[in-house]
Design a protein around this ligand. Structure first.
Ligand code: AMP
Length: 398
């Protein structure tokens, strides 16, 4: 199986080779021919499977095959980082062509985006809120869009973007090709799909099962000893690049501060940081200036970072699904990685759910030289006993 069999434009084949892709991934093998044939598509693919190229390559092929200078493809995605990442992937595959794309998202100045929109772009990659602003101010015109991609649709639902998406859809022509990617299909996404897609073909790869290139270990620990255990574990483990997840942005901030006091170089990625700080954190982590990044789910969603050796769930995520997404940050594209998860007795039900999805019991480990019976300091007793809130209300706190 090779990329040649798709009969993509030769400029794309050159770019694919340059990107070092030798063999299509399973989602690419299934989705690219369907997308090239012009069908609507519903894709179930876990992160790290290569789904970005699975929709970007057919879009570029279509645009190159039948050139035209107008906005022809719109990709809607939940987070700024994802928008930036997809925009960069388009840049890699379209270099040497005159296809232009722009990434549209909030938290940064609108002027460069407005300029790019007025100069003209063939592809818009956007987060819903800022795109709506540009539509309302008549900077973005979607009347010529031929291909629409809704990426990570379930996450957009979680983040409360569904009404915005419905508003955006009113500005996109009815006659178009639509591809919807989602890891899960709650009722609202099925409904959105039934209103938005026409006779879609379904491709499901890797369903909601974590990458099998990842080893999972649970570390039972009382809540108040988590940071101590973390430092001990870091000291004892051979790691390259570590992504640590906390439940809230405040916990991310506090944990990053604690780690900073040790020998490790650390940064953090969460909703309280400005877009500039988020970009600096991400680039610093990608380039190895920081060995550790502490993040919340929302900030780290879908990130494509090479070479993460360890994902540490300092706090258990809210759902089994979120666990899968976090773990998808390591073991990407057939590399191996390790997932460490700190569990308190409160997390037991969720552990069982994850084990059911993964069809395996997750091994538990304790460190022989760690004191697990240090009592909880009095001033931590109220804050640390709090149970995680349900995911719908938590989104405001990331
Ligand atoms: P994605 O799921 O789109 O975020 O892709 C995950 C990672 O896999 C990215 O780093 C891609 O560059 C990489 N990737 C995607 N497709 C291939 C391929 N066919 N061969 C090698 N790496 C790939």
């Amino acid at each position: 199986m090779s990329f040649n069999q798709f009969n993509l434009d030769s400029r794309l084949n050159t770019a694919i080779k340059r990107a070092g892709f030798y063999k299509p991934t399973p989602i690419q093998t299934s989705a690219i021919p369907i997308a090239l044939a012009g069908h609507d598509l519903i894709g179930t693919a876990q992160t790290g499977t290569g789904k970005t190229a699975a929709f970007v390559l057919p879009i570029l092929h279509k645009l190159l095959n039948n050139p035209g200078k107008r906005t022809r493809a719109l990709i809607i995605t939940p987070t700024r980082e994802l928008a930036e990442q997809i925009h960069q992937t388009i840049g890699i595959f379209s270099s040497g062509t005159n296809i232009r794309s722009v990434a549209i998202y909030g938290g940064v100045g609108a002027a460069p985006q407005i300029e790019a929109l007025h100069r003209g772009v063939e592809i818009i990659v956007a987060c819903p809120g800022r795109l709506l602003d540009h539509i309302q101010n008549k900077h973005a015109k979607l009347g010529t869009v031929e291909v629409l991609v809704l990426d990570e649709a379930d996450r957009m639902l979680d983040m409360g973007f569904l009404p915005d998406i419905k508003r955006i859809l009113r500005h996109v022509p009815k006659k178009r090709q639509t591809m919807l990617y989602s890891a899960t299909f709650p009722k609202e996404i099925e409904q959105l799909a039934s209103h938005t897609l026409y006779k879609p073909k379904r491709v499901a790869i890797g369903l909601v099962r974590p990458a099998y290139t990842v080893d999972h270990t649970l570390f039972p620990v009382p809540q108040h000893l988590k940071s101590r255990l973390l430092i001990k574990l870091l000291d004892q483990t051979e790691t390259k690049s570590i992504l640590i997840f906390t439940r809230t942005k405040h916990r991310a901030q506090n944990l990053a501060k604690k780690i900073k006091r040790t020998k490790y170089k650390v940064t953090s990625l969460h909703g309280d940081r400005t877009q500039g700080q988020r970009r600096a954190a991400l680039n610093g982590f990608k380039q190895g200036r920081y060995q550790i990044m502490v993040a919340t789910d929302i900030a780290a969603r879908g990130l494509d970072i090479d070479g993460i050796s360890h994902v540490i769930n300092y706090d258990m995520p809210g759902t089994a699904d979120a666990y899968i997404h976090r773990i998808g940050r390591t073991g990407r594209a057939q590399r191996t990685g390790e997932a460490f998860t700190f569990v308190t007795p409160d997390d037991q039900a969720l552990v069982q759910k994850i084990e059911k999805i993964m069809k395996q019991k997750l091994p538990k480990k304790t460190l022989s030289d760690f004191d697990y019976v240090v009592p909880k300091p009095k001033n931590q007793q109220r804050t640390q006993n709090r149970r995680p809130r349900p995911s719908s209300s938590r989104r405001y706190n990331r």
